[in-house]
Design a protein around this ligand. Structure first.
Ligand code: MOS
Length: 749
């Protein structure tokens, strides 16, 4: 370990000295040298390449495909259309599993969105497959697409992944009627596309009735089960490998139509098939963040306390399934008010199905709520932090339950201090820099829940004193290989260099999903349990062996440290793992465990990570050009396993927030229902020159309830609060409240 900065903790010593260290990424060298392989790097013998033809209309039917022309192209082997597509075991219009979305896998000639796969061409080369797909030259019977948030709304049951669409308490209208001040604002957020660096890809090979797949996926065991369901085979007959992802952001959490069709094609032709989506094809069949229109109504008493807070979201969904951006949910969690109403409506558009993307719900929800809060503070003539403190939720605003931990106050204080918030003028357009740029300061509250997923791991102590940890963990850049190895090292009483990790495959114990910012907590708890079980077995062997110095000690009386067991309170009385195993004539010993949150704690406490993000922007008064010149984020997310990686996650999250505030927007042509910027040239994401100096503070937080390790998660919270902090800073610089993201220079002129 290079530099070592342990985070002090008052938690019971479940963990040793590896947790809290700034270990560098174990996979870093492999990734920068190209030794780490990704799905599309696999080149099995006899490989065929697959390319899609995608619908160029948003709604209607395909009336013709020139299959003969495609088949006549040299190198083309097969063309799959609804006319010859072999049967699948699962009905694509059904929902046989949790986390399963209905999808278009050439079941008929209907077109439900632009970009939908309408045929698949297999060829000996990628070029031939691509050309073959182009030669299909589809004809259509088009219908006028439904596009935009003005379509007739309906009320859904659930939003996001199963959250209730409507949660209310108290009487909103009475609260508003009793208010000394009433405010209302409507804020729009655009459709955004994940745009991970690695596009969705698959190499599928059938070995008899076994399916072997390389494809990036955030939940390998669940994905293998989904493939098994699609193809009517046993889950253990699917091996899905996905050690590394070039970014997931939610879009690789579930399977999508292209992956299923590639596997189907491989079975049809009896050869391995590789399919890699083009960048343009990433805009349609693999999910996106749906656009929202959010209306916030606020009632304040004379002092500025909420009498009512209502947050209503209208969000787009697809015609064939439902995923609704849960944007109103942050208003259930952040502020005390006697009356709170959080509701959602959806509109059906002829678009690809939205899905989870980078803090789904919280990112777009805080982008609106935290601007509304800034507007309220302005109306009260209050500092935005003072306003938030006045309305601070000491308990869960909806249930009254205590928080498992909540160091948001400390985040405000530490973030404000680092940023230099004190002395900020209340009125806008008060500050300029030496180049005459308007300078503004804004802040926003960040929050994200702490879900955990069922997960399982196996830890094997080996005779050479090393250990193997096996679980289907995936690393999509977040550092899971490293942070989870740190947890394993502590659980096993070994140095980090003695831990070998094996992950990224569906035939390993199920690490659950790398999503919801819950991977470290979920997989970490399973690993910690597996390590403890291995040590328990080892201690049992030693305690029962008259030749061991530990003979007669109970398991509770033994400490595992540095590859050695010793009696509690007597370090000299002990021996190495290798010695114990050798005498017992064992080459290895394994413990296996599941990580499960205590259901009683889950029901008794509100569990959220919190943060405060501070932004400085500079706006050209003549050109309206907006630059973010500083970002400071202070986050309280429970125990931090690796501060270096956590800071990196949070920095990345704030960059996505900057992207949300100023850059990202999928531009839809409402006449055609087609996206105008389905490429990285015109779909704007931040480049280095857009990203300012970022300071991330990890605020100390002990959480004895969230799980036995006290880990909350840092994957997504950085994205939340940041867009609003920047929007509020733009207002502070210019006096202009822009209520549509991304904020562009023309909005300020
Ligand atoms: Mo994330 S959007 O929970 O994969």
């Amino acid at each position: 370990m290079s530099d070592v900065t342990p985070i002090a903790t008052a938690l019971p010593q479940r963990m040793g000295s590896n947790a809290g260290q700034r270990a560098t990424r174990r996979d870093g060298v492999a990734k920068v040298t190209g030794a780490a392989t990704y799905a599309a790097d696999n080149q099995p013998k006899g490989l065929l390449h697959a390319a899609f033809a995608c619908a160029t209309i948003a709604r209607g039917r395909v009336t013709g495909l020139d299959v003969d022309a495609a088949k006549a192209h040299p190198g083309v082997v097969e063309v799959i259309t609804p006319a010859n597509r072999p049967a699948l075991a699962a009905d694509p219009d059904s929902k046989p599993m949790r986390f399963w979305f209905r999808t278009q896998v050439l079941q008929d000639d209907r077109v439900l969105y632009a970009g939908q796969p309408i045929a698949l061409v297999l060829a000996e080369t990628l070029e031939a497959a691509t050309e073959g797909a182009a030669l299909l030259a589809p004809t259509y019977a088009p219908e006028a697409p439904r596009i935009g948030l003005d379509e007739p709304p309906y009320t859904p049951e659930a939003v996001g992944i199963g959250a209730p669409a409507k949660v209310t308490k108290g009487d909103i209208e009475a609260g508003l009627a009793a208010a000394a001040r009433r405010l209302e604002v409507t804020i729009e957020t655009p459709a955004q596309y994940h745009n991970a660096m690695e596009p969705h890809a698959i190499v599928a090979e059938w070995q008899g009735d076994r399916l072997v797949i390389d494809t990036p996926n955030q939940a390998p065991v669940m994905a293998a089960a989904a493939f098994a369901t699609w193809f009517g085979i046993a889950p253990q007959n699917v091996t899905l490998r996905t050690p590394f992802l070039g970014g997931g952001f939610g879009s690789k959490a579930v399977l999508s139509a292209p992956q299923i069709l590639a596997a189907l094609a491989a079975r049809m032709v009896g050869r391995p098939v590789k399919m890699v989506l083009t960048r343009a094809q990433m805009f349609g069949p693999v999910g996106h963040r749906g656009a929202t229109r959010q209306t916030l109504r606020m009632g304040l008493d004379g002092a500025g306390r909420f009498t009512a807070l209502a947050h209503h979201t209208i969000a787009e969904t697809a015609s064939f399934d439902e995923f609704i951006e849960a944007a109103s949910t942050p208003s259930r969690l952040l502020y005390a008010s006697p009356a709170i109403a959080t509701t959602h409506a959806a509109v059906v558009n002829d678009i690809g199905l939205p899905g989870p993307m980078r803090a789904p719900g919280e990112a777009s929800g805080t982008a609106a709520l935290e601007v509304a809060i800034d507007i309220a503070a302005e109306a009260q003539g209050m500092d935005p932090i003072d306003f938030r403190l006045l309305n601070y939720a000491e308990t869960d605003p909806m249930t009254g339950n205590p928080y498992s931990s909540k160091a948001l106050r400390e985040c405000f204080a530490e973030g404000a201090k680092a940023f230099g918030w004190a002395g900020r003028p209340l009125a806008p357009r008060q500050m300029t820099d030496d180049r005459g740029m308007l300078v503004g300061w804004g802040m926003g509250t960040a929050n994200f829940p702490c879900p955990m997923f069922e997960s399982e791991a196996r830890a094997t102590l080996r005779a050479d004193g090393s250990a193997l940890v096996e679980t289907s963990l995936i690393d999509m850049g977040q550092g899971a290989w490293t942070a989870l190895a740190q947890i394993a090292a502590d659980a096993l009483g070994l140095g980090l260099d003695r831990i070998e990790m094996r992950g990224g495959a569906s035939d390993l114990p199920d690490a659950g999903i790398a999503g919801g910012s819950g991977h470290t907590a979920s997989a970490g708890l399973a690993i910690e349990g597996a390590g403890a079980e291995a040590i328990r077995q080892l201690a049992e062997i030693a305690a029962a062996d008259p030749a061991s110095p530990l003979y007669g000690t109970g398991n509770a009386g033994v400490v595992a440290r540095g590859g050695r067991l010793h009696a509690a309170g007597d370090e000299s009385r002990g021996e190495s793992y290798a010695e114990i195993l050798a005498r017992a004539d064992r080459t290895a010993l394994s413990g296996q465990a599941k990580g499960v949150r205590d259901p009683a704690a889950a029901g008794a406490y509100a569990m959220q990570s919190h943060g405060a993000v501070f932004a400085e922007v500079k706006v050209d008064p003549e050109l309206g050009q907006i630059r973010v010149s500083r970002l400071v984020g202070a986050f309280a997310a429970g125990r931090i396993i690796n501060p270096r990686l956590a800071e990196s996650q949070l920095n990345g999250g704030m960059i996505w927030g900057l992207s949300f505030a100023l850059l990202e927007r999928a531009e839809m042509d409402p006449r055609s229902g087609r996206l105008l910027n389905a490429d990285l040239g015109e779909y704007l994401v931040p480049v280095n020159a857009d990203v300012p100096s970022i300071q991330t503070l990890l605020v100390h937080e002990d959480d004895p309830h969230v799980n036995p390790l006290g880990i909350k998660g840092v994957g997504e919270i950085g994205t939340t609060g940041t867009a609003a902090a920047i929007a509020n800073a733009v207002w502070h610089a210019t006096g202009v409240r822009v209520t549509r993201y991304p904020i562009r220079l023309e909005d300020l002129m």
